[in-house]
Design a protein around this ligand. Structure first.
Ligand code: ADP
Ligand code: MG
Length: 308
């Protein structure tokens, strides 16, 4: 019990002063913590300034720390970064994948979107000194390409226990737009249980379809879905990572993300991935909250996503 902490444990309070306090009826650390500095100063025969320091030390000893609402707000909205496990990519992103934001990985089939998603599910679990957040991940899989054995392989690189690494990832297979939307509710619950990274691989799979009257409904549903992900990111500080395959668009020479133009309105960071040679890829930061157009090279190996 805190009331059993001896008064002399209070920083700056010697045995003589402790005795003075006891003689005046201040028997516990709590009583010192709540006493006005003016009263303490009188009892102890010290300046009010010094008395204030003593009562502050008593509060700290009890583990109560007051902060202003402004400080609290800042703490809560503090941005953190999850290392990708590849230094060149982290540098390109300004430190890694940002919490409280949506990062989108776009590219053709086989460019490494899914590999990067797997690796982030591992790195988010690492301690902060290794670039992680000691947190968990949720993997929402609409393509059916999640591979737990790949998580195990990647976890080895950091000496993580394989079972523990797997327990740190919540997985759901999403087979329709309805399931994708419904999973948001469960995702909110998981965030309360320590999930900081939410991966959606991919966002557009179920929203694709032929042009026609249904296209508008699909576009609307996608916008609502993405705005829910944004809310999750902004209000709960979740790092949301989504993937999107590029495809040919009518009338456009270039390939473009299949969820565009809607996705572009909702994501904070867009990284496009390009195949350079067999296992080497180039990542290009297409847009970010700050003006930037930079790129980085990485390789995909048995160990995961690594620097070239
Ligand atoms: P995307 O999701 O963009 O379609 P992936 O992330 O699935 O692409 O990347 C597939 C590529 O990752 C493969 O072409 C291969 O080069 C590489 N890859 C996947 N698994 C392994 C592995 N175990 N060892 C080495 N490279 C791998
Ligand atoms: Mg994929």
């Amino acid at each position: 019990m805190s009331s059993e902490i001896p008064l002399t444990k209070i920083k700056g309070l010697g045995p003589v002063m402790a005795e003075r306090l006891r003689a005046s009826g201040f028997a516990t650390v709590e009583s010192v913590a709540i006493a006005p500095a003016r009263v303490l100063a009188e009892v102890l025969g010290v300046s009010e300034e010094r008395a204030a320091k003593i009562s502050q030390a008593a509060r700290e000893l009890l583990g109560i720390k007051f902060v202003t609402a402004e400080e609290y707000f800042k703490q809560r909205s503090k941005v953190a970064y999850i290392s990708t496990g590849c230094k060149a990519l982290d540098d390109m992103l300004g430190g890694g994948v940002e919490t409280g934001a949506i990062t989108e990985l776009v590219g053709e089939f086989g460019t490494g979107k899914t590999q990067l998603c797997h690796q982030l599910c591992v790195t988010v679990q690492l301690s902060e000194d290794l670039g992680g957040l000691s947190a968990k991940a949720a993997y929402l899989d609409s393509e059916g390409t999640f591979a737990p054995e790949r998580v195990v392989q990647m976890a080895r690189r950091w000496g993580l226990d394989p079972s523990e690494a797997l327990r740190g990832v919540y997985y759901a297979r999403l087979r329709s737009v309805a399931e994708q939307v419904a999973s948001l509710l469960e995702l909110r619950r998981l965030v309360e249980e320590g999930v900081i990274l939410a991966v959606v691989d991919s966002i557009a799979a179920h929203f694709r379809g032929p042009a026609g009257p249904d296209a508008l409904t699909r576009a609307h549903e996608l916008a609502v879905y993405l705005s829910s992900l944004r809310e999750l990111a902004e209000e709960q500080g979740v790092a949301v990572v989504v993937t999107d395959r590029v495809s040919a668009a009518p009338g456009l020479a270039e390939l473009r993300p299949s969820a565009d133009p809607i996705a572009a309105m909702f994501v904070d960071y867009r990284v496009s991935l390009h195949k350079v040679r067999e296992n080497v890829r180039r990542a290009q930061l297409e847009f970010a909250p700050w003006p930037a157009r930079r790129s980085a090279l990485f390789a995909i190996t048995e160990d995961g996503v690594v620097d070239v």
